[in-house]
Design a protein around this ligand. Sequence first.
Ligand SMILES: Cc1ncc(COP(=O)(O)O)c(C=O)c1O
Length: 442
Amino acid sequence: MLMSNTPSLENYWMPFTANRQFKAAPRLLASAKGMYYTDVDGGQVLDGTAGLWCVNAGHGREKIADAVARQLVTMDYAPSFQMGHPLAFDFAEKLAARAPGGKKAGLTKVFFTGSGSESVDTALKIAIAYQRAIGQGTRTRVIGRERGYHGVGFGGISVGGLVNNRRVFPLLPGTDHIRHTHDPVRNSFVKGLPEHGADLADDLERLVALHGAETIAAVIVEPVAGSTGVLLPPKGYLERLRTISQKHGILLIFDEVITGFGRLGTPFAVDYFGVVPDLVTTAKGLTNGAVPMGAVFASETVHDALMHGPESQIELFHGYTYSGHPVACAAGLATLEVYEEEGLLTRAGEVAEHWQDALHSLKGLANVTDIRTIGLVAGIELASRPDAVGARGYDVFTDCFKNGLLVRVTGDIVALSPPLIVEKEQIDSIVSMLGDAIKNAA
Ligand SMILES: Cc1ncc(COP(=O)(O)O)c(C=O)c1O
């Protein structure tokens, strides 16, 4: 049912997609405005996922579009190495003024990248370079967490904890993982943070005992794991991880590619949990998804440790052609304005209770084994069909789409993360359409 002017589907090798299955029954979006996509057949699709967790202010924001258009004709590109342009400094300054944890957290040094994956690899490299700069050059090991997702660079998959992203590729030597915090037996259908599992942070002590603290540069976790099925940190867990990492001189990196820019109801997860890491990775909502861009917030301590040696010397041999891209900076600056004018960085907190209650009304439907919510995020875990992990989730996904709702699935876990402009009636529609799809997939 493709429109006649739809191009051939042969040549585009799609990312993270079952290409042959998709091309046999494609789902093609043509335009987007506010909370809705329109597909190529003219059908409206309610965006339950903010694209891929990135369109936090909703689609088609004119302020962002105008800023991008203006910048493209003012200066399309400027070299990022040994050259600068005012917009990148302006954007970094404005981000620093709103940095995770506020001014007192000191996460005010901003390194621009092109994506979440690049932010992760950048943060890992900064951590290792920092340790060397302070005379701890044996600390090259980076620790991730099982069921973590940190993008697709070799660094990111090495600290990531998703078997399908790892099994085919060689990984960085000298990585290890603490255990994940998902405990459906003790924590299912909990409203708010799980009660059980803070002690899982002690796993970092186990790895210190195994490898020696003097080999470990950093530990990276998502404060709320998103892509692997919306896993919330147990009460006290992140605080404990901070204490243990600090005790052993291990940098703590929060991957806020999903949680950054208002997703939890606070500007960053750092603000939500009140736990301050040494580095924070971001992307996605940084530009409302309009132009690819990422940013790493580094503490002044980490940054300043690298600002030594002869002043003619490049302090960090790292960077991208598109670091601080002028068009991305223009998009980001306009995005920040939209967030602020509309109070979007805290809006999720205002609707979180309605969101939570609406989602938890799905409890009791056949095959729903857990429901987790925080801010404007939800994970609905479904029982897998025998010998067909992911089949039920895929059916729910395609059924929702057919009926005009976009959701994400990871295996048999449905993830929701609508734009932060979502209205209560739209939340109710999301839950109603999802409920129908879950019943149809019984
Ligand atoms: C926590 C986290 N880190 C990193 C990434 C990678 O971001 P990108 O796809 O922009 O490379 C993602 C993407 O979903 C993510 O959720």
